[in-house]
Design a binder for this molecule. Structure first.
Ligand code: FE2
Length: 154
């Protein structure tokens, strides 16, 4: 994954797909590449991302559950759109979409404005997905605070 992460043609490909001209690896030791492991019953609640975009590579989908759901462009820079968010949290938003992913699916996602979640994994086989994070500015790291929240260490 480190080789892929740093590989110039891959970064160029990301740039072409996202339309983001400058793609830079994060320089801290924890945030660039993560493998999320969702054991039985584990998911991720509705949230927005802080980063400009994220790239995931599915390694092993859950046999059941572990579904990536999202509402495209639910909020904007100027409008939090709390009514739609409220509907989403209550399970009443018909705009919720599902991204079907199999092993090897490479997905590009802008999570800053599109609320999203992963439903709990059902069954003994964990859901395994790699998250690759890039910055649009060189020499970026995530903050100490964020490292503590996500990784429990600095
Ligand atoms: Fe996210």
């Amino acid at each position: 994954m480190h080789i892929l992460y740093e590989w110039e043609p891959f970064k160029k490909f990301i740039s072409q797909v996202t339309g983001v001209e400058n793609i830079y690896p994060y320089i801290d030791s924890l945030s660039p590449i993560n493998i999320n492991v969702n054991e039985e019953g584990q998911g991720l609640n509705w949230h927005y991302d802080n980063c400009d975009f994220s790239i995931t590579l599915m390694l092993q989908p859950a046999k059941k559950g572990g579904t990536f759901e999202y509402v495209p462009w639910l909020r904007s820079k100027d409008n939090e759109n709390y009514d739609e968010l409220d509907k989403t949290l209550k399970g009443e938003n018909k705009k919720v979409q599902v991204l079907n992913q199999s092993a090897g699916t490479l997905a590009f996602f802008r999570g800053r404005y599109s609320v999203h979640r992963v439903t709990p994994t059902i069954g003994k086989e964990p859901r395994l997905i790699t998250v690759l994070a890039y910055s649009t500015e060189p020499n970026k790291t995530i903050t100490k605070h964020t490292r503590n929240i996500f990784y429990g260490r600095e």
